[in-house]
Design a protein around this ligand. Sequence first.
Ligand code: THG
Length: 376
Amino acid sequence: MGYEISFGARVRKSVFFDKTVENGVAAFSVYNHMLMPTSYGDPVAEYWRLVSGVSMWDVAVERQIQLQGPDAEHLARLLTPRNLGEIVPGQGRYVPMCDHDGRLINDPVLLPVEKDRYWISIADSDMIYWARAIAAERGLAVTVSEPDVSPLAVQGPKAIEVVAGLFGAWVRDLGYFAFREIEHEGIPLVVARSGWSKQRGYELYLMDGSKAGQLWDIVKDAGEAYEIKPGCPNYIERIESGLISYGADTDDDTNPFEMGLGKFVDCEQEVDFVGKEALTKIRDEGAKRRFTGFFIDAELPVMAQEKWMLSHGGDTAGFISATCYSPGLERFIGIGLVSNKIADGEGALVAATPYGEVPATPASLPFPVPWQRFRH
Ligand code: THG
């Protein structure tokens, strides 16, 4: 490359930044206006560590939006089409969010910290403005802010040993997306069973950025016996597992039904959530595209982080948003959004790539890798 990318003060650093540099971070992306580690040099080695060992990730870019006040719960219910049913503090949920036209605008995790205090752990879009605007539109008594909270993920089948070893046996009984607030050696934390992989994992939400170095070292030392190494949200594992990356896999007019998130849309509930009318209409008409896997029979780079347009007999058919060589399946795979009519019809789909036109065959998600996947 003959150029560099420059970052000014607009692009924030994680509280773990110095530790990631000290540990040999090799690449960053920008996510929620912050630097996010994307490689420590060998993504395939990191993949194997994630599916068979344990890896620690600086995911402070998963920013928290805090809703606090008597109407915090009401605002949380308005922001997502998911029926939150009974809300229990300490039990998180995956809560896709839509605008008034039913477009997907984020797919965060919601953490009810207390009865009147919620965190929305966001993907890459500016949800703080959205939450404030909806609170104002509905005249709610709630304060929307960004707290000093930075998640550190511990992912992989051995993560449970590291995290239970550190904080106690109760960690082993944490249900999917459940969490508990603790203090460990003077460090205030929320310990949650979650993370952006389908390997068993935990996320430690650090509630005091000044203690980031201390937390990093504690996790690294506790993981040493399990050969823990720093890693990052793994491009290959997430494609095999079909985990959605908002903004990469979506375009500016994607609805939750297309993304396979229809099960999180309840238009029959009483709550007048944002986008209810539009989503009811989209549901009744049926989605026209679907998020799917692809087998790609061509020689490609190990990871190609680009959007490729798909066509079928000369017609536009959708796009592929991410591809990789799958170590689990020993072939090239991808994920993307494709027109239902075309995917269900006859004939080959063709992806236009910098390596020429390549054939792409739809495949269901998640990809059937030959090892166990955990619902965390
Ligand atoms: N953890 C936390 N915050 C986050 C993410 C995370 N914010 C940004 C981003 N990731 C949000 N997106 C997702 C996408 C998928 C999942 C979690 C966050 C996920 N999905 C499961 C699946 O697809 O199988 C389960 C969904 C369900 O059935 O409830 O885990 O990772 N803190």
